[in-house]
Design a protein around this ligand. Structure first.
Ligand SMILES: [Zn+2]
Length: 56
């Protein structure tokens, strides 16, 4: 099973703590079937990513 990351269009870029660029985006993790299984933040500059838990 493969998942893909879909960067939210309404995402506000955050500052990446690794490279210092304001390029951290919130992305949804989506399966092939279209189900959302979680969220991650990914830096489009240095490709650093980390998982975020769904907390309300
Ligand atoms: Zn970065």
């Amino acid at each position: 099973m493969s998942t893909r990351m879909v960067i939210r269009p309404d995402s506000t870029p955050l500052k990446c703590e690794i490279c210092g660029q304001t390029a951290l985006h919130v992305a949804r993790l989506v399966t092939e079937g279209g189900g959302e299984i979680g969220q991650t933040v990914v830096c489009t500059s240095c490709r650093h990513r980390r998982r975020v838990d769904n907390e309300r």
